[in-house]
Design a protein around this ligand. Structure first.
Ligand SMILES: *Cc1c(COP(=O)(O)O)cnc(C)c1O
Ligand code: SF4
Length: 339
């Protein structure tokens, strides 16, 4: 049981609505330091924190170990000085997303599926984020603004799947999200709707009865890709939210980013896979880090990644081993990075 300093106690972390949790989220290093009893002289990436402020919700914070600067959850959200360094091969748009844009906020890189950037908001600021430099001001985030994207999807019957991404699509309030989903579900050639979201983990309260009820009415297959990087991200509240999603028929998948100092050991990755299975989630992808400015300290070499996947394969059933992939600009799919 984690003991937190007032007022960020574990009781508060488990209470409130998800919107309250968004409001209560920690937004500065000082408060973060106090609530986790971190050293006074903790070094911070000053430029990084200005460009991409701290944002961490209490339910996630409550799963961190106070006083431990090596905590694998803390490392995902703490802006360290290394972020201010920027090696040559790291850039702002290595994935060339600008050239994959069909209409503002609608990306297509792969056949049969499109990705809709629904919002710039997230329920956490992950320091390794590949969209931390994305120009969200350009992205639509209301029904009127989504209309061009929806028309484009409706006019192309080779599109079978809509991926809701962001930012995090589950930061949209139920009324907005449901009205968007209704529009998408009404397009006859759409047979699958996929969410990529960290909210079931960050703020499990987000999986509201209204959302569940609505998802349960859809004819389309629903895929929920959660983004967990470590087994410690799970607790009973997360499990309950995932169970409810499963109950309305959603297929649960996980995507992990391979991160130095967080999950780059065989034990950690094996434990994560086992923890996912326990929550009915199948490991989907293990991503090689995208070379985004400010994230190079998280990089794990490809050779090391291959060793880690080999170790997972020796210790887990085949369905519990994620595919180790990298996203390369211009390719027709993610690229298998295993050999
Ligand atoms: C990663 C990605 C997808 C999804 O790829 P899958 O291999 O189907 O998971 C779709 N569109 C874009 C733009 C992507 O970056
Ligand atoms: S939730 Fe995803 S988009 Fe948001 S900060 Fe984290 S990695 Fe980036």
């Amino acid at each position: 049981m984690t003991i937190l300093t007032d007022p960020f106690d574990s009781v508060r972390a488990a209470s409130g609505t998800w919107l309250q949790q968004m409001k209560w989220a920690i937004r500065d290093v000082q408060t973060l330091r106090q609530s986790l009893n971190l050293p006074e002289n903790l070094a911070i990436g000053a430029r990084a924190v200005q460009d991409f402020p701290v944002f961490v919700p209490l339910p996630f914070l409550s799963r961190m170990k106070p006083g431990d600067i090596g905590d694998p959850l803390l490392r995902q959200i703490l802006p360290v000085p290394a972020e201010d360094a920027s090696p040559e091969h790291f850039s702002i748009d290595p994935l060339k997303e600008n050239s994959a844009t069909l209409t503002p906020g609608l990306l297509q890189k792969y056949r049969g599926r499109v990705l809709l950037v629904t919002t710039g908001a997230c329920a956490v600021h992950c320091r390794y984020c590949f969209r931390r430099h994305f120009d969200y001001a350009q992205a639509p985030s209301s029904l009127t603004q989504w209309l061009p994207a929806l028309e484009r999807i409706a006019s192309d019957d080779s599109i079978e799947e809509v991926i809701l991404s962001g930012g995090d699509p589950l930061t949209l309030v139920d009324a907005t999200l449901i009205s968007l989903l209704e529009r998408i579900a009404a397009i006859p050639h759409i047979s699958r709707i996929r969410f990529h979201s960290r909210l079931p983990i960050m703020i499990p309260q987000r999986i509201t009865p209204a959302l569940l009820d609505f998802l349960g009415t859809l004819d389309q297959q629903i895929f929920m890709v959660i983004h967990a990087n470590h087994a410690n991200e799970f607790d009973t509240y997360v499990d309950e939210a995932l169970k409810q999603l499963k109950h309305v028929g959603a297929t649960l998948l996980n995507q992990t980013v391979l991160l130095r100092g967080i999950n780059d050991s065989p034990e950690t990755l094996i434990e994560l896979s086992k923890r996912l299975l326990k929550s009915n989630v199948l490991p989907y992808y293990l991503h090689q880090l995208d070379p985004i400015t400010g994230t190079s300290h998280f990089e794990v070499s490809r050779a090391r990644g291959q060793e880690l996947v080999a170790a997972m394969r020796e210790n887990l059933p085949g369905y519990a081993v994620p595919r180790y992939v990298k996203e390369l600009a211009g390719e027709a799919s993610k690229t298998i990075w295993e050999n």
